[in-house]
Design a protein around this ligand. Sequence first.
Ligand SMILES: Cc1cc2nc3c(=O)[nH]c(=O)nc-3n(C[C@H](O)[C@H](O)[C@H](O)COP(=O)(O)O)c2cc1C
Length: 318
Amino acid sequence: MKKILAFSGSNSPDSINEKLIHSVINRYPNYDIRFIDLKKFEAPMYSPLIQAKGIPKSIQDLYSIFQESEGFVIASPEHNGLPSAFLKNTLDWLSVITQRFFEEKPVLLLSTSPGATGARTHLLQLAKLIPLWGGLLKATYSLGDFDRTFNIDKGVIKDSLELQHLDKAFLAFVDSKVAPKKTNVEVVQAYFNAFQQGDLEAVLNVFHPDCYIVSVKEEERPAEQLHGIYRTKKEAQQFLNNIVTLFETKEFIVENVMEAADNLVVAKGSFSHLVRSSGKLFNSNWVQLCVIEDEMIKEYRFYEDSAALIEASTTEYV
Ligand SMILES: Cc1cc2nc3c(=O)[nH]c(=O)nc-3n(C[C@H](O)[C@H](O)[C@H](O)COP(=O)(O)O)c2cc1C
């Protein structure tokens, strides 16, 4: 699962359910769990009259985020044995866009309250509604006695038995189909693997839609020139096209791939390309710098021996 969306169903500025959500995000760093503040998507109380004028923009935006997400963690407060009116209203609005707005994706339901049950009563109600909204309910977990069981300063559940229950629920949620987040080094390794296998579509998919590529020279270039700047995934496609048009790769060796700083991955190696126009070999060492964002290459810089390319590109006439 790439992107897990997490939110609390509370509109309280000091929501304890929101605190529970953040503790979950911090406990499972290998998963790409993104918090959204549902208060920022607040909509008027559902009314068919308002709907007739159009779905509120906030709800349309929220729906787009739901569509991009691959699973949902919801921490829901209990009001008189039921989900909060705030959460229900938000979900009612989504349901008039499409009834099955969870789109057959996994859902983990959480709750907490200062009471002993941890708001478990209402999760039974919510659990029945999730499948009607197209969600695959994987597990529920309720933390009771919040003031005693949660360390507010550290933002963690104190009780080890409670943590075991939470881990069990989380594991059921991220079941065998769900892949943990790729490390930045793994993202770059996936890029090289695809490149070495000649799978250019897979290579392209590692580039961020808004990527910035520097091939040796950081300057603008005519479309068919290899060296220069490429912007966006569309031009990344051109970058790959230019490589295969100019060269037949005989050997591409990756010696090292390492994370040099947060999100910056440095790699080095060597290659041997046959220059198609001259029939000569272009042999070079190379260094590649990648800035990773959202498990994709956002910025890419590739440096090679450009003098050796000029040499290998000249055609000798006798
Ligand atoms: C109107 C109202 C009804 C409530 N009903 C319940 C309830 O049925 N069960 C429960 O455990 N807590 C109940 N509570 C207490 C909430 O669990 C508590 O306010 C909690 O902090 C809500 O979570 P939040 O901080 O994430 O909004 C109720 C609170 C309010 C304001």
